[in-house]
Design a protein around this ligand. Structure first.
Ligand SMILES: NC(=O)c1ccc[n+]([C@@H]2O[C@H](COP(=O)([O-])OP(=O)(O)OC[C@H]3O[C@@H](n4cnc5c(N)ncnc54)[C@H](OP(=O)(O)O)[C@@H]3O)[C@@H](O)[C@H]2O)c1
Length: 371
């Protein structure tokens, strides 16, 4: 069978099409004739070699999320699975191939009317977004910020917050065009990556500039404000006040009950300061790198505001709960209640092109490979 193998970690050109032996379903596994493969952020992280030190071998077939038809079931798996179309998690590799295997715990049947392409856009990201919001104790009527909203997890977090009755849904993204697409999915306020209200949301250019500059002053005061917790806190509030120029910006600046963070990086502590009293931030990913080691001091400096920070990895969610939510997400997508945002569909041999486009930051949603 055809598969993609990482012959050399680093640039996407290190991925090659190879002839690989067909996998065999081990006891309790299903063998799937793959139709669609989700190209995830984690595939790019593995391929770049940045986590190569934890032992990915050369020749790895990447890819963890596929959909297709079951063609064999390893004893004691029920042979009734054969012929069914399923979504499957293949582990940290094995997905970029014409055939893949997955354990019974990692397989969900596709509901009527949902395509394999749409399934691999939602199957993994949906539960991550769901449990991220749940971990943050998101409740109806609250305001939510999704930081790094243009990826497949962020897009689903925006939609789920809207379906869950969020009062306001702010997003960070890198362009007004992407912001407009996020609005169509439920966002009500668009911020740039640094957290400023997009110029297009402002009443006027001058006031936007002024807001930018004084907000930056405020942030610097927050950063340098070690001398006194009070100073830092007031500067953060000052930064928020100074952003109250645009009609939507004023609401965004009031503080968020929940922040779902996919970015991390140097800018992360500034967003902690933008939580409302009793606000909760949950990190689901660090596409912008790790935050500064002392980011927690922002929480302690604001002790009297009762802010909370946590992380959520889907790996820690019990498998039954994960599968129940995935089934629910796929059914919602089949009914059109959740939208699968597919950036592009490419044939499997063009996997390196898919990765190049991810590295260039042009993907909105998810690229899907098809067999
Ligand atoms: N918690 C879990 O269980 C779990 C499970 C699977 C994956 N993950 C992780 O979740 C993260 C997000 O995955 P994804 O596929 O949804 O997203 P993604 O497409 O990799 O990134 C999300 C968005 O973040 C923005 N972004 C990228 N680099 C940035 C930077 N340096 N600074 C600020 N913004 C930046 C981009 O949008 P703009 O250009 O519009 O800003 C991008 O579309 C990844 O780190 C992934 O490994 C977590």
């Amino acid at each position: 069978m055809k598969a993609i193998s990482i012959q050399k970690y680093g640039d996407p050109s290190g991925m090659k099409v190879i002839d690989a032996p067909e996998p065999v379903a081990a006891p309790g596994q299903l063998l799937i004739a793959v139709e669609a493969i989700g190209v995830g952020g984690v595939d790019a992280v593995i391929r770049r070699g940045t986590i190569g030190s934890i032992g990915f071998p050369e020749g790895l077939v990447p890819g963890s999320e596929v959909a297709g038809r079951v063609i064999a079931a390893g004893d004691p798996a029920d042979k009734g699975w054969i012929g069914r179309t399923v979504w499957a998690f293949t582990g940290l590799g094995g997905g970029y191939a014409e055939q893949a295997v997955a354990g019974l715990d990692d397989v969900t049947p596709l509901p009527e009317g949902l395509s394999p392409v749409d399934a691999v856009t939602i199957g993994s990201s949906g539960p991550v977004a769901h449990f991220g919001l749940a971990h943050a104790h998101f409740a109806q009527g609250e305001s939510v910020l999704v930081r790094g909203a243009a990826g497949s997890i962020g897009i689903l977090a925006v939609q789920m917050a809207a379906l869950g009755g969020a009062r306001e849904i702010a997003v960070t993204t890198s362009s007004p065009e992407r912001g407009q697409r996020l609005r169509e999915l439920g966002a009500t306020v668009v911020l740039d990556r640094a957290g400023y209200v997009e110029q297009t949301d402002r009443d006027g250019h001058d006031s936007a500039r002024e807001g930018h500059d004084s907000a930056r002053d405020g942030r610097e005061a927050v950063r340098d404000g070690q001398d006194s917790a009070r100073n830092g806190h007031e500067a953060a509030r000052g930064a928020q006040e100074s952003e109250r120029f645009g009609s939507e910006g004023s609401r965004a600046a009031d503080g968020f009950d929940v922040i779902v963070d996919l970015v991390g990086g140097d800018g992360m502590p500034v967003f902690l300061e933008r939580l409302a009293d009793n606000g909760r931030m949950v990190s689901l990913g660090v596409v912008g790198g790790y935050p500064p080691a002392d980011f927690g001091s922002a929480l302690l400096r604001s002790f009297r505001r009762s802010l909370s920070y946590g992380t959520l990895s889907l790996d820690t969610v019990p498998v039954e709960a994960r599968n129940r939510i995935r089934e629910r997400n796929l059914a919602a997508a089949a009914r059109g209640e959740l939208r699968a945002v597919v950036h592009d569909v490419l044939p499997l041999p063009e996997a390196s092109d898919a990765h190049r486009r991810m590295d260039a930051g042009e993907v909105f949603g998810r690229i899907v490979l098809t067999v």
